[in-house]
Design a protein around this ligand. Structure first.
Ligand SMILES: [Zn+2]
Length: 202
């Protein structure tokens, strides 16, 4: 149920701001309202839907200011991770990151792309070996928000080759154990992504 609803939102079947009629959806899917409401509550925790008291359930709508604020925090957290991750990475982490750059590039759909990209960035944060940092990062749900923006303004495919180059440069800096280079490549990647996001938000 959760997966299905999530797919409908990220696939654009339900539009941002659209009111979701719980009764109608339950009937359409042939399920009772209780599991449906549970799935919607999980999606609300993730920031994909908004449940408003005495009003209803809506697909999340983007507030430009929130998005940019979340993105800026995300940048600081990832750069903080960059400061310690070189002390913790292993050969298998490096191999995984390197392979993941290819996986991201090979994705065919928006949902897939954002999930694989999120895994790449999450791994970098996990490599910092700072649990509080990883927790804060997860709570931001930055990737979910970004996916929603791209859904509204699907210009992201154009940036895909640049993104791959930047990810490759990040992995190369880790391989070279070069902290200045790592900081610079991550900063360049995240700042460019932020600029793209701001442009799409208009
Ligand atoms: Zn990225």
């Amino acid at each position: 149920m959760y997966e299905l609803l999530r797919e409908r939102i990220l696939g654009g079947a339900y539009k941002p701001g659209q009111r979701l009629d719980v009764g109608a959806i339950a009937q359409q899917l042939g399920v009772s309202q209780t599991p449906l409401k549970e799935a919607l509550a999980a999606l609300a925790r993730e920031g994909l839907v908004e449940i408003k008291a005495r009003s209803g359930t809506y697909v999340a709508q983007l507030a430009t200011r929130d998005m940019i604020e979340v993105f800026d925090i995300r940048i600081s957290l990832e750069l903080l991770a960059a400061e310690t991750l070189l002390a913790h990475f292993t050969a298998s982490d490096l191999q995984w990151l390197s392979a993941q750059v290819q996986v991201i590039q090979a994705t065919q759909t928006l949902d897939e792309h954002y999930r694989e990209n999120a895994k790449f960035h999450q791994r970098l944060v996990l490599l910092s070996d700072n649990r509080k940092l990883a927790e804060l990062y997860d709570q931001l749900h930055a990737h979910v928000h970004i996916a929603l923006v791209h859904l509204v303004a699907p210009g992201w495919w154009h940036d895909s080759p640049i993104e791959a180059q930047e990810h490759t440069a990040i992995v190369a800096a880790i391989r070279a154990n070069n902290s200045d280079e790592l900081r610079a490549t991550m900063q360049a990647h995240l700042r460019r992504s932020r600029a793209t996001l701001a442009r799409q938000l208009g």
